[in-house]
Design a binder for this molecule. Structure first.
Ligand code: CAA
Length: 417
């Protein structure tokens, strides 16, 4: 039929097709503070931060390390390590709750700075810390539906977690990005598509009014909301048959701070009929390996669950091949999902090749005076003029993309070293 439009019906993939996370890559700021130093400066016993909250170090972003730069650097690393060409990506989603513009999404900058295809569906997802998971679940459905047509999805979670200086939330800050290549026949974790337990409820546990950089939080209430959401999402996951074939060998939780994962694990185990003592006894094996990287980076909001997964795979992918891993995502406000996946054969060697902790090497330990000076400068960072012509003195670090400033029309300017 010359001239007539041809509609090809794409059949959804068979449910036996394996879809999931092929590659993970991180980007973290070049500097951090040690929580012992912060405790001393705030007149708090170090034990409260180290054992009470389960945090050790906290990444601190420099002016050129905004959420866009972190996202692009994580994504560039993911593409390079996985051997994915920009034209192989058909869906680009960024999850963030610390976007740099009320309208232009971080995803648009990522799309441009990576040189992705014009035919790539590109957008940003927001639901507090759940934004990254919203992107990931969307990517899984996109592949399962047949819309991907053999292409891969790029999902990037990027955030700078910030609370007022001296507030209870201050030791639970952090910054970083986690990029994931999602595709068929993944080399790390095959996810169970369409089997997650969802939960949502309109609550005021954590929020950030449009004119503020620092988040506001009802801290103790936010912990209650997290645990209530976990219970509801987990029960729904069980109802949908999640426990058929056995419970996961490991579980990664959203990690605003390490202790929260311990509370979460207790809560979940109680629903399995396990006592608090037995739940705590299983923590070292089932959860602790996922907390190594979060304890060194802090809360990265949308990326926190995936930083925990990266930590687990970095330490244990080899022994977990063939095993199931549970995943719990929580976003204040609130939305949550409990879902699961299976570590695939060969993931151990692939995770070792990815060098998941490499971006944390060679970081500089800031004094609290330096950290506070950076924070004081935060308010003006988004308004500083970009150098005209050459990038001048504001060169990003070697091999990285950095935020340089805004031009006369208040457009954000990025440069690569
Ligand atoms: N040695 C050892 N432990 C100590 C100690 C010491 N010297 N002093 C205190 N502790 C323990 C306390 O017993 C307590 O332990 P439990 O939680 O097991 O009871 C722990 O340290 C924390 O002490 P407080 O509860 O007194 O701490 P706080 O009230 O000053 O602040 C917080 C805790 C409310 C979580 C605060 O850090 C905060 O507001 N953080 C930001 C909000 C947040 O992360 N909420 C998590 C759920 S919401 C979410 O997950 C979304 C998100 O990413 C933000």
């Amino acid at each position: 039929m010359p001239g007539a439009l041809m509609f090809v019906h794409m059949l959804p993939l068979q449910s036996s097709t394996s879809i999931g996370i092929d590659t993970i890559a991180l980007a973290v700021p070049r500097a951090y503070i040690d929580l012992r130093d912060l405790a001393e400066a705030r007149g708090v016993p170090a034990g409260k931060y180290l054992q009470g909250l389960g945090v050790e170090q906290m990444a601190v972003a420099a002016p050129d390390e905004d959420p866009v730069a972190l996202a692009v650097n994580a994504a560039r690393r993911a593409l390079r390590l996985s051997g994915t060409r920009p034209t192989d990506i058909g869906l680009c989603i960024t999850g963030t709750e610390t976007a740099v513009d009320h309208s232009k999404p971080v995803a648009a900058f990522v799309h441009g700075l990576l040189g992705l295809s014009r035919a790539c569906r590109t957008f940003e997802t927001k639901h507090a810390c759940f934004g990254g998971t919203a992107g990931l679940l969307n990517a899984l459905d996109w592949i399962a539906s047949g819309s991907a047509r053999g292409r891969a999805a790029l999902v990037v979670c990027t955030d700078i977690a910030r609370y007022p200086i001296g507030s209870a939330g201050e030791p639970t800050q952090g910054a970083g990005a986690v990029a994931m290549i999602v595709r068929e026949q993944p080399r790390l974790v095959a996810l169970e598509v369409g089997a997650g337990g969802s939960f949502a409820s309109d609550v005021d546990d954590f929020w950030r009014p449009l004119d503020r950089k620092d988040a506001l939080v009802d801290g103790r209430f936010s912990v209650e909301c997290y645990l209530a959401a976990l219970a509801a999402a987990y029960v729904e996951w069980l109802r949908l048959g999640g426990a058929q074939g056995g419970l996961p060998a490991r579980t990664c939780y959203h990690v605003p701070y390490g202790k929260m994962a311990r509370k979460a694990h207790r809560q979940r185990k109680q629903l399995d009929g396990v006592s608090e003592e037995a739940a705590d006894a299983s923590f070292a094996v089932e959860v602790e390996p996922s907390l190594m990287l979060p304890a060194r980076v802090g809360n990265v909001y949308t990326g926190s669950l995936y930083l925990a997964l990266a930590s687990l795979l970095h330490l244990e992918a080899m022994v977990l091949e063939g095993e199931r891993v549970g995943l719990f995502s929580y976003g204040s406000g609130c939305s949550a999902e409990f879902f699961a996946g299976r570590v695939v054969a060969g993931a151990g060697a692939w995770a070792a090749e990815l060098g998941l902790d490499e971006p944390l090497r060679g970081r500089r330990r800031l004094s609290i005076v330096e950290y506070e000076a950076l924070r004081r400068g935060d308010a003006d960072v988004d308004r500083r003029p970009a150098p005209a012509g050459e990038v001048g003195g504001r060169r990003p670090a070697e091999g990285l993309v950095g935020f340089l400033g805004v031009d006369a029309g208040e457009r954000r300017v990025y440069g690569a070293a």
